[in-house]
Every structure is written in structure tokens, then in C-alpha cells.
Write a protein that binds this ligand. Structure first.
Ligand SMILES: Cc1cc2nc3c(=O)[nH]c(=O)nc-3n(C[C@H](O)[C@H](O)[C@H](O)COP(=O)(O)OP(=O)(O)OC[C@H]3O[C@@H](n4cnc5c(N)ncnc54)[C@H](O)[C@@H]3O)c2cc1C
Length: 389
């Protein structure tokens, strides 16, 4: 890897890799098939400090840059990408509070959140609005020292078990709509179907990405103090949300890398074990070409992801780089998982083999934190700005 890690960074990434080998890989397939929440593993992740990785040390976090976080996400996802899902919305929430919160909000929320108690969700999508964020309808209305929220959120990863839900709302009707959006730090009872006016709906049954819950969440006259408006100023929500999504895109790129890396490892091992026509299939050139393409694409994705992470850590604008990293890594992961499945022949289609799970997890990356089509729109817009004549 061209990027040099400090001793501290290396120690964390190595510790997560070792943890994944020891605690995650032996149980991941079974838990995924049973759609079981990884309670014990999450407790261990808390003990390792992973829920406060990017939170400054003054609030009890590890104070790590995005690049270190991303490298640990590769390791976790190499074991089971649902673990990275438990962490991802939480990290985006702590990043939002650290970056945009008032001093009071940072003092109040971050020291608890670094422990993983409570954990956090991020509520942006709605039944009628995913890519088109400006079409959200959830509304927060000021009432004295409070706000009252009404609306419906969709696809809430960690929707049930979270105690904090960063919630994007409309606080004014403006043209363009994004200027009238505000983000709230909504507190709720972890695990409760109803707390105040926050109602957690059913767990959505998914193709993959199992174990971690994805729910609907409704707001029915939910009242919360104005002190929970992120940054204390209305109209900033869209910009805050999009900045967090850039972090999320690096994050998703890293998760896709972890899944692809594992698919490659499974494939290159199987290719040396399976014999056809008198030799291991790894000795057939057609299989060698697949392996060569897979490894090359994984490496290219890693460089794009690291570049975007390092730029974000430097405080540079990264919509172009994070978009490219996310687009390429997601498409690469789908391709690599498909090839890994094909290398396994019929066994790739069996639940007995890990590639079956990886193949079902991979499509999530084409959708979460903005679909591939949306990444291309972001990339093209950025390029047209950059090369404007
Ligand atoms: C498992 C899972 C977990 C999720 N977790 C969360 C979460 O924690 N929090 C959260 O807020 N959201 C979450 N999401 C929602 C996710 O962010 C959205 O699904 C995603 O942004 C796409 O939105 P959509 O599903 O409404 O699709 P749509 O926006 O309806 O898009 C449908 C199709 O049209 C294409 N399309 C849309 N607009 C254009 C355009 N202008 N040009 C070309 N093509 C276009 C899209 O690429 C896609 O192929 C999650 C989704 C999934 C599947």
C-alpha cells in the first residue's frame, strides 16, 4: 500500500483484522443465514473503541482520520459487511455532531456515543424520496422552545436499536427546497417500537445485508427541544447531510473493497483445490485471467478509496473523488463477487460456500449512499465545473 500508516493507525487496523479472523469469520455465514443480530460481536466492537473512532480524544474517542476508519471498514466487511453497517450510520452521526454541532451538543452527545451506548441511525430517505433528497416531506415545526416532527422515513439502518437518529426534515418551504431543510438529533429509546412520537415500523426483509435491521420510522407529533437542532441554525440540513454522505461514500467504497477482497480470497483458494480435466482449475488460463482481473480491479478501487479518504482528511472538497471511489468500488465488488461465484461452479450457488453470501451482499453497494447512476451525475457535474469553457 502506497499510503504510510502511523504506528497507532497500524495497531488499530491489525487489531481489527485479528478480531475478524478470530471472532467473526467462524460465525458470519451462520449468523447471516439465521438473520441474527450480532449482539456479542457488537459488544466486543464497543470494547475496542470502534464506535468512537473518528471522534476527537477530548470527547473520549480515538481521534482517528477517515483513512484509518476506512481501512478498518475493509477488515470488518471482509468478515461480514453487516458489522460495518452497524458502525456506518453511527460514525456518520458522530461525524455530523463533531463537524456541525454546537459546543453543547458535542459535550452532551459525543462522550456517550463513543461507547456505543447509544448507537445512531441516519434518517434521510423516505418512501417517495431516495436519490431525490429534495423531495422529502418530513416536517419540523417550531413551537416555543420545541420543535414538533411529523413524517415518514424509510430504510433506517439501525432503526430499532439506535438511541439517536439524525433526522433530515423540512423546516421551511423554499425555492430551491434544500435551503429549507434542517437536521435534528432525535433521541429515542433503543429497542423500543415507540418512544414519544417516534414509531419504529417493521424490519424490512432483505436479499442480503442481514443481521442488522433496516426499518421504517414514522414521526407522529414527535416533540423535541430546539436545542436538538444540529448546529442551532435552521436551513443547514441539506449541506450537513451531503457532507456526511461524502464520508459515507468513502465508507461504502471501503466496505465494497472488504467484500470483494474476501470473494477473491475464497476464489483463489478454491481454484487451487478444484480439479477438472486432470489439473486444478487455477491452471486453466481462463480462470487465471479471471483472478488477474479481479485482483487488479480490487487494487485500483483501493487506490481510489484511499485518495478520497486522504483528501477528505485534509479538509479538501471530495465530491468528485468520493463519487469515483464509490462508483468504481461498488461496480467492481459486484463483478468480483460474480466471478468468484462462477469460479466455484455449482458450489457457488450453495449456501455451504461463503461466496453465496458475498454475492447477495454486493448489490447493496450499488444503491446505498447514492446509486451508481447518481454517482455518475455527481462525477459529471464536477467534471463539467472543472473543465468549464
Ligand atoms: C439495505 C439498505 C439500507 C439503507 N439504509 C439507509 C439509511 O440508513 N438511511 C437512509 O436515509 N437511507 C438508507 N437507504 C436508502 C438508500 O439511500 C436509497 O435506497 C438510495 O438512495 C436510492 O433511493 P431509492 O431507493 O428511492 O431509489 P430511486 O431514487 O427511486 O431510484 C430508482 C432508480 O432510478 C435511478 N435514478 C434516480 N434518479 C435518477 C436520475 N436523475 N438519473 C438517472 N437515474 C436515476 C436510480 O439510480 C435507481 O436505479 C438504504 C437502502 C438500502 C437498500
Amino acid at each position: 500500500m502506497a499510503y504510510d500508516l502511523t504506528e497507532d493507525q497500524k495497531m488499530i487496523v491489525d487489531a481489527v483484522r485479528e478480531f475478524v479472523e478470530r471472532e467473526v469469520i467462524p460465525v458470519a455465514d451462520g449468523m447471516e443465514h439465521a438473520d441474527e443480530y450480532p449482539e456479542k460481536i457488537v459488544e466486543q466492537m464497543k470494547e475496542m473503541g470502534l464506535f468512537g473512532m473518528m471522534v476527537p480524544e477530548e470527547y473520549g474517542g480515538l481521534g482517528m482520520p477517515l483513512v484509518t476508519y476506512a481501512l478498518t471498514m475493509i477488515e470488518l466487511s471482509r468478515g461480514w459487511m453487516s458489522l460495518a453497517g452497524v458502525l456506518n450510520t453511527h460514525t456518520m452521526a458522530t461525524w455530523l455532531i463533531k463537524t456541525f454541532g454546537t459546543d453543547e451538543q458535542k459535550q452532551r452527545f459525543l462522550p456517550q456515543m463513543v461507547t456505543g451506548n447509544p448507537r445512531a441511525a441516519l434518517l434521510m430517505s423516505e418512501p417517495q424520496a431516495g436519490s431525490d433528497v429534495q423531495r422529502i416531506k418530513t416536517r419540523a415545526v417550531r413551537d416555543g422552545d420545541d420543535y414538533v416532527i411529523n413524517g415518514q422515513k424509510m430504510w433506517a439502518t439501525n432503526g430499532l436499536r439506535s438511541g439517536v437518529a439524525m433526522t433530515l426534515t423540512k423546516t421551511a418551504d423554499t425555492d430551491p427546497p434544500y435551503k429549507g431543510m434542517s437536521m435534528f438529533i432525535v433521541e429515542k429509546e433503543p429497542g423500543a417500537q415507540k418512544s414519544g412520537g417516534v414509531i419504529v415500523g417493521k424490519n424490512i426483509e432483505k436479499l442480503g445485508y442481514k443481521g442488522v435491521e433496516t426499518t421504517e420510522i414514522a414521526f407522529d407529533d414527535h416533540r423535541l427541544p430546539a436545542a436538538n437542532l444540529l448546529g442551532g441554525e435552521e436551513g443547514q440540513g441539506f449541506v450537513q447531510n451531503m457532507a456526511a454522505i461524502e464520508v459515507g461514500r468513502v465508507n461504502v467504497a471501503a466496505r465494497a473493497l472488504g467484500v470483494a477482497q474476501r470473494a477473491f480470497e475464497e476464489a483463489i483458494r478454491y481454484a487451487q483445490e478444484r480439479q477438472t480435466f486432470g489439473k486444478p482449475i487455477a491452471q486453466h488460463q481462463a480462470i487465471q485471467f479471471k483472478l488477474a482481473d479481479m485482483a487488479t480491479k480490487i487494487e485500483a478501487a483501493r487506490q481510489l478509496m484511499l485518495n478520497a479518504a486522504v483528501m477528505k482528511d485534509r479538509g479538501q472538497r471530495t465530491d468528485l473523488e468520493a463519487g469515483m471511489a464509490k462508483l468504481y468500488s461498488a461496480e467492481m465488488c459486484m463483478e468480483v463477487c460474480t466471478e468468484a461465484l462462477r469460479i466455484h461452479g455449482g458450489y457457488g450457488y450453495s449456501k455451504e460456500y461463503t461466496v453465496e453470501r458475498l454475492f447477495r451482499d454486493a448489490p447493496f453497494f450499488l444503491i446505498g449512499e447514492g446509486t451508481s447512476e447518481i454517482q455518475k451525475i455527481v462525477i459529471a457535474k464536477s467534471l463539467l465545473d472543472k473543465y468549464k469553457i
